[in-house]
Design a protein around this ligand. Sequence first.
Ligand SMILES: [Zn+2]
Ligand SMILES: [Zn+2]
Length: 95
Amino acid sequence: MGVILCGRHGRSGITGTCIHVHTAIQNKESIKTIRLRMKFDGAKFELIHWVCPICDGLYKDITSEDEFSVFLTSMKACCGGCFDEWMQFDNKDIY
Ligand SMILES: [Zn+2]
Ligand SMILES: [Zn+2]
């Protein structure tokens, strides 16, 4: 897990999100349904990202490591503090 420099929270842990969740956090918009996706690469590290329903649909179509790599390049690094605040912004359905 890396560190990101946030204008509001200083040095914060990175939370991985899709571009739509990232934009919603920036604009303080609501996304009602959000899903947590997790990928383990052996025992070395775990990669966690939060995705909107659109990206969740794309995720489900992934059938290979290559497709997963492409999917990951569309993910954004978000400040963990901003993400936590956004999560408390309204009630979200998490799967
Ligand atoms: Zn998305
Ligand atoms: Zn922040």
